[in-house]
Design a protein around this ligand. Structure first.
Ligand code: HEC
Ligand code: HEC
Ligand code: HEC
Ligand code: HEC
Length: 480
């Protein structure tokens, strides 16, 4: 959440000059970082509600619904407080096949009718009363309805589908003018023209803003790439001609001509189609040169979130309120956890809580840590059947690094560690976290663990080429 009020400041200043003719769009996956979130009040739910509030405040026009937005269920997106949020999705349906959200919205920009629709990728798990229909069954019925909305609508599709699916959609539906993706596996992707659809995506989680400036022409097609389109088509024509020649030669020599006739016929058809396309593109280009701009033109920029941007004051207030509510939330359940923790195996003198507690407030860092070898350090021992060896355990588990309490390294402690401590955990680098977990604002953790901490385990004996500057890189948790 750290960057959110900077991001809002950035968006507001970027769009300031274009108050009337801007669209604020998000393709989705903005609420949660995990595919499924437990029921009941939690930091994650409070945070998600706050994100919706902030987006609504600055006037987002439309937001697609991604699988990560459905992590707390569809109901979570439809409460009294969030019912005015501009969610759209063409393919989230109830059990009668009726859409649960607006399938599209209409906006007028620079005198052009802009239609925004959205497709959601299916989430990992969802209530049986909700269906996320595949695009193949939605678009054939939806697209004719959209193109009827106006004579020359500009159609935008927000999509959390895969890059491959987006490509297929662009190929099959050239009436979609712009496809904004938000899948989890792609970074900033510069606009790319597939037939007549411009496809682009901005990196996930608000690290970048994508700014696309469009000058609408009289026709709905993109201008810039005409020449390239023609060149591509001519290349294809060349290779088709070559294929045809080869096949026709073979067929002439062959005794069974019907073996080739079907393919030859198909290639002839393709050739006709491509030739027609080239002619129409050339005509359009000639017309363009003799009149006003006919086609749509675009410029784009990806703008990184910078640490030195000021915070947006309103957003900052909302976030402070969120922090307060999170603290209240954590004060209550923590009491009972403390009593549980005071029992062994969290031995006396321990201020360790284990990574599961950190995860509840730092899901991003926890998810990252789980991809490092530190998370497997105990398993490594177990595989060698050394997980009961007191000589090995101290560097392959979570322990209180600064404790002079011998009990922390005692046989009793090391051999009865709970699951959450059977790994080189968060607290090995950031310090013991019991107090911080109760009141994070008052009790700070070590943010950047120094070399001295690593060297407790990365001794020359066990890691003969330990170099802090290089080894810190692959294990540094991401921000936010
Ligand atoms: C409590 C002991 C301990 C501490 C403290 C510790 N490490 Fe490690 N580290 C290990 C062990 C054990 C492994 C090997 C784990 C395995 O392969 O199962 C390891 C592995 C690594 C690796 C290889 C990781 C990978 O994912 O391939 C890097 C890099 C590393 N440590 C860097 C650091 C740095 C930098 C610090 C200090 C900020 C640090 N470690 C602190 C015990 C520790
Ligand atoms: C002083 C701390 C320390 C002790 C004690 C220790 N290790 Fe490690 N161990 C490490 C570190 C640090 C690494 C990671 C080294 C690297 O990244 O190159 C590691 C890595 C490993 C690995 C994975 C890499 C490899 O070399 O295959 C195994 C297996 C391993 N240790 C087994 C053991 C066993 C068995 C014992 C007990 C006999 C033991 N360790 C005791 C710190 C320790
Ligand atoms: C091997 C050491 C190591 C381990 C283990 C580790 N971290 Fe980190 N963590 C780092 C480093 C290095 C940074 C980067 C600090 C910086 O660049 O300022 C960091 C940063 C962080 C930050 C601050 C991010 C920010 O800039 O806002 C948090 C929060 C955090 N880690 C939580 C965790 C949690 C939770 C775990 C366990 C699930 C964990 N870390 C495990 C080394 C570690
Ligand atoms: C109740 C929620 C909560 C829990 C549980 C929690 N943290 Fe934090 N943590 C926070 C908040 C909030 C901040 C930011 C504090 C600030 O900026 O004033 C923070 C900041 C941090 C930082 C950055 C340095 C700092 O203190 O500002 C690190 C590192 C960190 N946490 C690690 C951990 C680790 C490791 C655990 C588990 C032992 C943990 N946190 C458990 C809420 C929590």
């Amino acid at each position: 959440m750290g960057g959110l009020s900077k991001k809002i400041f950035q968006i507001e200043s970027l769009t300031d000059q274009h108050k009337e003719d801007k669209l604020l769009l998000d393709s989705g996956n903005l609420l949660f970082k995990r595919p499924s979130v437990a029921a009941g009040p939690s930091q994650e739910r409070l945070t998600a509600q706050t994100i919706m509030q902030i987006y609504q405040n600055i006037g987002y026009d439309a937001v697609g619904i991604g699988p990560l937005d459905m992590a707390a269920g569809i109901d979570f997106l439809q409460t009294e407080a969030t019912k005015d949020f501009p969610w759209i999705s063409a393919n989230i349906l109830d059990d009668h096949g009726q859409p649960l959200f607006p399938q599209w919205i209409n906006k007028e920009v620079q005198g052009v009718q802009v239609i925004i629709t959205a497709l959601s990728a299916p989430p990992k798990n969802i209530s049986p009363a909700v269906k996320v229909a595949p695009w193949e069954s939605i678009l054939p019925e939806l697209m004719p309805r959209l193109t009827k909305e106006s004579k020359t609508p500009f159609i935008i599709l927000l999509s959390t589908l895969s890059t491959e699916e987006n490509r297929l959609i662009a190929e099959q539906y050239p009436t979609i003018n712009l496809l904004l993706g938000a899948n989890q596996h792609q970074r900033n992707a510069s606009p790319r023209l597939i037939n007549n659809t411009l496809v682009t995506q901005t990196e996930k989680q608000g690290q970048y803003q994508g700014l696309l400036e469009i000058n609408f022409g009289k026709q709905r097609s993109w201008g810039q790439n005409r020449e390239k389109q023609i060149a591509d088509l001519q290349n294809r024509l060349g290779s088709l001609n070559w294929q045809l020649q080869r096949l026709e030669k073979k067929s002439a020599k062959s005794a069974s001509k019907e073996k080739y006739s079907r393919t030859i016929e198909r290639l002839h058809k393709d050739r006709e189609e491509i030739t027609a396309k080239i002619t129409s593109l050339q005509e359009a280009m000639a017309q363009e040169q003799s009149s006003d701009i006919l086609t749509d033109q675009y410029k784009y920029r990806f703008i990184g979130l910078k640490k030195n941007l000021p915070n947006d004051a309103n957003t900052e207030k909302i976030l402070q309120n969120l922090n307060q509510r999170i603290r209240q939330l954590h004060k209550r359940p923590r009491k009972s956890q403390n009593t549980a923790n005071s029992k062994a195996p969290f031995a006396p003198g321990h201020d360790l809580v284990g990574f599961r507690v950190c995860e509840s407030c730092h899901p991003t860092q926890t998810e990252f840590w789980q991809t490092t070898q530190h998370a497997n350090a105990y398993t490594t021992l177990a595989k060698k059947e050394k997980n009961l060896d007191l000589e090995c355990l101290p560097c392959h588990v979570t322990r209180n690094l600064f404790s002079t309490n011998h009990q922390d390294l005692s046989k009793e402690t090391l051999l009865s560690l709970p699951r959450e401590l059977q790994s080189v955990g968060c607290e090995n680098c950031h310090g013991s976290g019991k107090k911080h977990s109760i009141d994070p604002e008052r009790f700070k953790m070590i943010r950047l663990p120094g070399k001295n901490i690593c060297l407790i385990c990365h001794t020359p004996e066990h890691d003969d080429n330990f170099e802090y500057e290089t080894k810190i890189v692959p294990i540094s948790c991401p921000a936010e």
